[in-house]
Design a protein around this ligand. Structure first.
Ligand SMILES: Cc1ncc(COP(=O)(O)O)c(C=O)c1O
Length: 393
């Protein structure tokens, strides 16, 4: 079927975190802003997902549910094989209600208090809190930024990896917020440094299905068996099919000892074992029948990026648009305007009345940037950009 992503769906009457007035007031101190922030899409979900959920709701009982059933496990393993060329054994799949809680628990399990975890800022901000709130230390390997392009500072990474207190690296692949899809060469180099220094890798691949044309995502564990054994691959259908609120993700761990240690933390220590009744259904429908929707939504996202790039070059000559390779998050550099972060935030929220994510929240290197979630009808994106142009003029 042909989906209509131009359709504006009123989400204000739902409890959408992105659109709900109470949440906007709490988060942005203002509830009359156009929200293009948190990473979910303003598009209708794939029809097979909607149909499967409707069928399940019609059953009228929503008790405890169990996911280790062939349909669920097959859906995950088939998806990984079909879309990512990764042969996953069903035993490797560990359920988690989210990738963020899984990262917290991976740190608690494999890194001792006071030890260090490498992350590459600017990066998804919960990586910082997951490390710091647990009494572990952030070791920053800030990304290099030159000529509107990001790359990894391998020399710095190697130096930090050699620190005897460094135990883990959290890879964001594709990278939120800067939109890089790391090449196999880059991943191999970083993975080798980690192996040489006995550093565990958490590969957060929540955006791995959102790759723009011309780019190829390499699932980290497909690079070599050694990488696979050293890695916790964090996967989910949540960004892929716009079902983040169903809180269903899978941490795929091939090494038995590591898997048992993580399972002990998540199940025995934290009592997390049962997925959401609707999450199970949506995952199966998405992975089994959602590809047609995904292919269409990717085309729309790509066209939104193209629109934004042209709009910025025509109307905001002092703002740099960073060419994305994946995700649905645009990353714009406002630094030439000479405003500090507070002034920039003030302009966006008070003058333009748009709610975006301040680059600063993603750590060093994010100052002066804004992240815009472009997974919305083009008319909303256009409205947002017109407001920004007017505010800056
Ligand atoms: C890189 C990354 N990891 C994790 C998440 C959230 O994961 P979850 O909702 O499964 O906790 C996001 C959401 O934006 C993300 O961008």
């Amino acid at each position: 079927m042909k989906y209509d992503f131009d359709r504006v769906i009123d989400r204000t009457r739902t409890n959408s975190m992105k659109w709900n007035k109470h949440f906007l007031k709490y988060r942005f101190e203002s509830d009359d802003v156009l929200p293009l922030w948190v990473a979910d899409m303003d598009f209708q979900c794939p029809q097979p997902v909607i149909e499967a959920l409707k069928k399940r709701t019609a059953e009228e009982i929503y008790g405890y549910s169990w996911h280790k059933i062939p349909a669920y496990l097959d859906a995950v393993t088939n998806w990984m094989k079909r879309r990512h060329n990764w042969e996953v054994n069903k035993d490797w799949i560990v359920f988690s209600p989210g990738i963020v809680p899984a990262i917290y628990m991976l740190i608690q399990t494999f890194v001792n208090i006071g030890e260090k975890v490498i992350i590459q800022s600017p990066v998804y901000n919960p990586f910082f809190t997951a490390i710091e709130n647990n009494g572990r230390q952030v070791l920053l390997n800030q990304l290099l930024y030159e000529n509107k392009k990001y790359s990894i500072d391998f020399e710095d990474f190697e130096e930090k990896a050699k620190d005897p207190l460094t135990k883990m690296f959290i890879l964001c692949s594709p990278h939120n917020p800067i939109g890089r899809v790391w090449t196999e060469k880059e991943l191999r180099r970083i993975g080798d440094i980690c192996l040489d220094n006995e550093i565990l890798i958490v590969s957060d691949e929540i955006h791995h299905d959102l790759i723009l044309s011309g780019y190829k995502h390499t699932l980290f564990s497909t690079i070599s068996k050694e990488f696979e054994q050293n890695t916790f691959v964090c996967t989910a259908p949540s960004k892929t099919f716009n079902i983040a609120g169903l809180q269903t993700s899978n941490i795929i761990i091939s090494d038995k000892r590591k898997r048992e240690a993580f399972t002990n933390t998540i199940v025995n220590i934290n009592g997390v074992m049962l997925p959401n009744v609707f999450g199970i259904i949506a995952l199966i429908a998405g992975y089994d029948e959602g590809e047609e929707w995904l292919d269409q939504v990717l085309k729309y996202i790509e066209a939104n990026f193209k629109f934004l790039k042209e709009f910025v070059s025509e109307n905001l000559p002092d703002v740099d648009f960073i060419d994305p390779e994946g995700t649905f998050l645009a990353w714009l550099d406002f630094r030439k305007l000479g405003m500090n972060d507070e002034e920039l935030r003030e302009v966006m929220l008070k003058k333009a009345k748009v709610a975006l994510d301040d680059g600063k929240i993603f750590g060093p290197g994010g100052e002066g940037f804004q992240r815009i979630n472009i997974a919305c009808p083009r008319s909303l994106l256009k409205q947002c950009m017109i407001r920004i142009v007017k505010a800056l003029n």
